[in-house]
Ligand binder design. Structure first.
Ligand SMILES: [Zn+2]
Length: 173
């Protein structure tokens, strides 16, 4: 049996755009929960995106949509990073654990969390993506998610185990 990838599930979202009828519609990978009209999030490639239902469905069905190449690349690399035995597990686990806490437990996007904490959304996103976050910042992030550091660390630990399992299975194959 193969474990499910610990990667976050993603949906596509087109950026709000004005009167560009002839241009292709760029679709970005955003967290699943960001797919609600007007909801702001940060795409896999780091681009801030506000979900625009109309543009997204046009991009998906009208044959005019193009997946953002940077998002695509990022998604592919992410998948490889989990399985690469040379990549250290801890930063990856921190990254995935914090994303889980923010999105699945608190139901927030990184942009919305940044608003709550007064942090810069791009910086916050960068720290989460790299799994590089000082413990006091992690604690205030957990509080902004309505929980505490212990809970944040248990998310991280769960992701660490998931990555270890996947690598173990790969190794035995
Ligand atoms: Zn992108």
């Amino acid at each position: 049996m193969t474990s499910q990838s610990p990667a976050q599930s993603t949906a596509v979202s087109a950026r709000r755009q004005e009167d560009q009828a002839d241009r292709p519609i760029i679709l970005y990978y955003v967290p699943d929960l960001a797919v609600r009209q007007g909801r702001r999030s940060i795409a896999l490639c780091g681009q801030p995106v506000a979900y625009d239902q109309q543009a997204t469905s046009k991009g998906l069905t009208g044959g005019k949509g193009i997946i953002c190449p940077m998002c695509d690349l990022e998604r592919e690399q992410l998948g490889r990073r989990y399985r690469d035995p040379d990549k250290p597990i801890y930063p990856l686990a921190v990254s995935l654990g914090l994303q889980g806490l923010i999105e699945q437990e608190a139901g927030l996007t990184v942009c919305e969390l940044a608003d709550r904490t007064g942090l810069d959304s791009r910086e916050l996103n960068q720290g989460i993506k790299e799994g590089n976050m000082p413990i006091d910042q992690m604690e205030s992030l957990a509080h902004a998610c309505g929980t505490d550091l212990t809970e944040a660390l248990s998310w991280i630990d769960a992701r660490r185990k998931a990555i270890e399992t996947i690598r173990c299975e790969d190794h035995e194959r």
